[in-house]
Design a protein around this ligand. Sequence first.
Ligand SMILES: NC(=O)c1ccc[n+]([C@@H]2O[C@H](COP(=O)([O-])OP(=O)(O)OC[C@H]3O[C@@H](n4cnc5c(N)ncnc54)[C@H](O)[C@@H]3O)[C@@H](O)[C@H]2O)c1
Ligand SMILES: O=C(O)C(=O)C[C@@H](O)[C@H](O)[C@H](O)COP(=O)(O)O
Ligand SMILES: [Zn+2]
Length: 367
Amino acid sequence: MRTIRVELGERSYPIHIGSGLLKNIGAYCQEAGFALRSPLLVVSDSTVAPLYLPQVEEALRSQGYQVVTHIFPAGEASKSLAVYEDVMTTAIQGGLDRHSAILALGGGVVGDLAGYVAATYMRGIGFMQIPTTILAHDSSVGGKVAVNHPLAKNMIGAFYQPAMVVYDLDTLLTLPPRQVSSGLAEAIKHGLITDEVFAYWCREHAEELLALDLEALGYALELGCSIKAKVVGNDERENGLRAVLNLGHTIGHAIEAVGGYGVFLHGEAIAIGMAGSALLAAKLGRDRAIYEETVSMLTALSLPIRLPEQYSEDDLMEAMKHDKKFKEGKMTFIIPEAIGSVSIVNDIDEQLVREVLAQLKKEDNPW
Ligand SMILES: NC(=O)c1ccc[n+]([C@@H]2O[C@H](COP(=O)([O-])OP(=O)(O)OC[C@H]3O[C@@H](n4cnc5c(N)ncnc54)[C@H](O)[C@@H]3O)[C@@H](O)[C@H]2O)c1
Ligand SMILES: O=C(O)C(=O)C[C@@H](O)[C@H](O)[C@H](O)COP(=O)(O)O
Ligand SMILES: [Zn+2]
């Protein structure tokens, strides 16, 4: 087992990564300081719960915890105010008090939704992330919790750090291939923004990563979590630097909202968005090789890089105006400067973005 710390003063916490951790989840709850006399609520989804909830419940009960559970239908469409209210109802009926905690057992949808309930139930109770997807190496770290609005992603949310992240790599072995690639999009993003060597390593080891080789995955996820922890530790509430973690998300979030939540998976949408950011970089005078390399990395991980024809540029442009980096009528993009380095560029010309969207629809290399 390896532990990475997110350093945030009194809100600092550990990320425990390794194999076989779920059976010790009761002990981790003790380590996190969760009270034995107040019920814990485990939130999970309809795919993850049958696989891993019995083991988690058993481990918690044998440690002496009372356990309440809430299981909602799997998928991005559940990251909604309606499901948020359902979880709140379970928390109230289950008698959670101010010393209770919520455990998010699942991927980013479970983590973001359960985290927002934890942030707002009685104005905030304990929270633990137990990620079960590759993508959730990103979502479980950093404290962005939210639900979607039909018009815009993650529009209703908070910054609310967990007390601990317990990442049992064994759970990843049941992930279907499309979810594996989607999760790897956020891993390669961490390389593309800060670590050239890691980005190339992901391309070179794509086959092992896609085949769920736990040694390769463990390495990639530790590095991804470390990169994220460092960025968050320097700018928890995204006053500046943290925005680099949004590479590919301006276009990606618009694709998710316009297409309907869950049509493209989050990682798939941001892969198209990262290809778009690299195209935009070239239009702004950066080396065209960045685009070629980015596309080759994404393709190696079986990720999409093309925008389907039916996504209208007008609809996407409208959705992008709800991006959280949009301010004073101007778009901000995270622009690759090289593989492993990005800058935050304000006041991007809308016409250039429209041209990028049109080029992303072309089958052949847009150059
Ligand atoms: N808060 C953040 O900083 C942050 C960062 C990145 C992404 N996100 C959010 O995370 C969400 C995407 O996360 P995700 O891809 O993990 O989605 P998800 O939680 O929907 O999980 C993906 C799918 O895999 C299934 N699944 C989960 N674990 C499994 C396992 N071990 N075995 C088999 N199936 C399993 C789930 O049931 C679901 O169908 C998006 O809503 C995105 O906006 C948040
Ligand atoms: O943690 C961050 O900061 C990120 O930007 C990570 C992203 O991968 C993630 O999708 C995040 O939820 C996007 O946040 P938003 O503020 O653009 O909604
Ligand atoms: Zn993301």
